[in-house]
Structures are given as C-alpha cells and as structure tokens.
Design a protein around this ligand. Structure first.
Ligand SMILES: [Zn+2]
Length: 60
C-alpha cells in the first residue's frame, strides 16, 4: 500500500484525472472540477454556444 499523506479525499480534475493539490487553483463549474492545464478545454465546452468560425457566422 502507498503511504498516504494526511489529507482528505483527493480532489481530481474531471478532465485529465490529475490530483489537484493543496494550494493549487482549480475551477469548479457545473459539477466539473478543472485544473489549470485543462481550463482552456473547460472554456471550450462551457462557451460552446458562443463559438463561431470566422467566415461561417450564422448571423446576418
Ligand atoms: Zn486537468
């Protein structure tokens, strides 16, 4: 068995599964926990309705 640090249940990034350690910033959004590295991916998911492709905007 691994020796465990004296910490409560590990918090893990929902996207990459990496443990979010003490003192590290993370984003909790709609039940999704995201580390700094995965923030752009979370932003892409959460802001998907706002996504546009230049030249293909669905607007007049
Ligand atoms: Zn992550």
């Amino acid at each position: 068995m691994l020796s465990t640090k004296c910490s409560p249940a590990a918090l893990r990034c929902t996207l990459c599964g990496r443990e979010i350690v003490l003192g590290e910033e993370y984003w909790a959004c709609n039940g999704c926990l995201t580390c700094r590295e995965c923030l752009p991916e979370l932003a892409r998911r959460e802001l998907f309705p706002c996504r546009e492709i230049r030249g293909k905007e669905d607007k007049p």
